[in-house]
Design a protein around this ligand. Structure first.
Ligand code: SF4
Ligand code: SF4
Length: 135
């Protein structure tokens, strides 16, 4: 699937913030795709990690907001271990999440979680989930 990048939507401030928060030089990504091929969550994400790096390089804020990848990423570090550019991709994913959470925007509204689900889920999963998905 091609990436449709818009010059008018290029957000340099977003690029800078992600770089500052993650400490990662994602511009070094040369789109080899190793991260995407290695990601155990690829069936659940709508934008592969390689594409997330490309969207970041192009400062495509809207497309990044529509990607569920930073939220689904399990921080398993497989992509980091295999990346020929040693980019800490899980850190980049975390930085993308932080940009949203620091604006006090939750990814999940705890009030909307069904009571039955809450009863079923292990407490530790609830705590970890709320820490990851809420500001
Ligand atoms: S493995 Fe590294 S260099 Fe290759 S596409 Fe992923 S982030 Fe880019
Ligand atoms: S750290 Fe995240 S993006 Fe990287 S392989 Fe694991 S789940 Fe996929």
């Amino acid at each position: 699937m091609p990436i449709f990048a818009s010059k008018t939507e290029c957000d340099d401030q977003l690029r800078q913030r992600i770089k500052e928060i993650s400490g990662q030089e994602f511009q070094k990504c040369f789109q080899c795709g190793t991260c995407s091929g290695s990601c155990p969550m690829k069936e659940h994400i709508n934008v592969f990690p390689r594409r997330v790096m490309a969207l970041l390089q192009l400062g495509q804020k809207k497309a990044l907001e529509e990607a569920n990848t930073p939220w689904i990423c399990a921080a398993c570090h497989v992509c980091l271990v295999r990346c020929p550019r040693s980019i800490d991709i899980p850190r980049v994913m975390e930085a993308i999440r932080q940009v949203k959470l620091r604006e006090n925007l939750d990814q999940v509204d705890p009030r909307r979680i069904e009571k039955e689900k809450i009863a079923e889920l292990p407490q530790i999963a609830m705590v970890a989930g709320l820490r990851k998905f809420t500001s």
